[in-house]
Design a protein around this ligand. Structure first.
Ligand SMILES: *[C@@H]1O[C@H](CO)[C@@H](O)[C@H](O)[C@H]1NC(C)=O
Ligand SMILES: *[C@@H]1O[C@H](CO)[C@@H](O)[C@H](O)[C@H]1NC(C)=O
Ligand SMILES: *[C@@H]1O[C@H](CO)[C@@H](O)[C@H](O)[C@H]1NC(C)=O
Length: 280
């Protein structure tokens, strides 16, 4: 994939690693779960013993990584493989760079604080997320009001409750409000599917996840999705290295190649590569 070719080559050269970049299908032409299915397909193919042998991959040192929506996919694929008896234990680590991890609550404190950016705006991210589900504008309009979830989803809100999972420092002066449910007449069953929102799996399923590296950026609308995931993973005993970048912005890793180099992006890249070198 051209957008990630530089980072992938850098990773391969620095670590003497085999890097596979997955050119998954994109919405709205190919809505959920096409992108996810492509990722699962490629990774399961790659994990076959003869394929790993062909590329001389050490099968005990495999990491799944993604940034932004790729981080969402990486988190989901790791959950699916880890809870699949044929693949359990095959992934040593997951690395998630500022991923979006849920669509239930579109008003987490970071969604409010950074609603106008930088990089991502609330309207843009909700539009993109909704397009992955449907081109029907009704969902988009409801999600912008944070009134898009069905009544029967109430029990899922405990998994994304920022009042419970966000460290005090990040709650700032925001006040938690209970979800407004059942306002949307149209029904989108995928909204309650953990393959769309990896934060929706329960603690039993989280418990089995491998060593996890998560980068969060302070000035990022998606920051709190990841902070909630960090809390939930640590609560069930998963080993997490959490790198919070105080001056960070969403997508910083993309600015590590011509024509735009950001020191910030290079710093995140180097921290990530060092972590892989020490932990994979
Ligand atoms: C979220 O957490 C707060 C504080 O623990 C609690 O009062 C509230 O009922 C919770 N809401 C949901 C939907 O889980
Ligand atoms: C949803 O359905 C109810 C009952 O059928 C109807 O009164 C209401 O106008 C509908 N709302 C929208 C936004 O279509
Ligand atoms: C967790 O979710 C899995 C899969 O949906 C289910 O089989 C299991 O019973 C759930 N465990 C708990 C404690 O709710």
């Amino acid at each position: 994939i051209s957008a990630y070719d530089d980072l992938n080559r850098w990773t391969a050269n620095k670590l003497d690693a085999v890097v596979v970049g997955i050119d998954y299908r994109l919405a709205p032409q190919y809505p959920f779960p096409a992108a996810l299915e492509d990722c699962v397909h490629v990774i399961k193919f790659f994990l076959q013993e003869n394929v790993l042998a062909k590329y001389r991959v050490d099968l005990t040192r495999i990491c799944i990584m993604g940034d932004s929506s790729g981080g969402t996919l990486a988190a989901t694929v790791t959950q699916l493989l880890q809870n699949d008896p044929s693949f359990k234990g095959r992934i040593k680590a997951q690395a998630l760079m500022y991923p979006g991890l849920q669509l239930l609550d579109t008003l987490l404190p970071s969604h409010q604080e950074y609603q106008h950016g930088p990089i991502l705006t609330r309207e843009m991210i909700i539009k993109l997320a909704c397009l992955y589900v449907t081109e029907d504008k009704v969902l988009l309009q409801a999600a912008l009001r944070n009134e898009h979830m069905p009544t029967e989803s109430r029990h899922l809100f405990k998994f994304v409750n920022w009042s419970d999972f966000l460290p005090e420092k990040y709650k700032k002066n925001y006040v938690y409000t209970e979800p407004v449910l059942g306002k949307l007449n149209a029904s989108y069953p995928v909204l309650v599917d953990s393959r769309l929102c990896p934060l929706l799996v329960n603690d039993t399923q989280l418990q089995s996840l491998p060593l996890t590296y998560i980068v969060t950026c302070e000035h990022d609308l998606l920051r709190d999705d990841s902070l909630i995931y960090v809390s939930r993973l640590r609560n069930v005993g998963v080993k997490v290295t959490h790198e919070h970048i105080e001056k960070g912005i969403h997508g910083a890793l993309s600015f590590t190649k011509a024509p735009v180099f950001l020191n910030l992006g290079l710093k995140i890249r180097d921290k990530y590569i060092n972590w892989l070198e020490e932990n994979l």
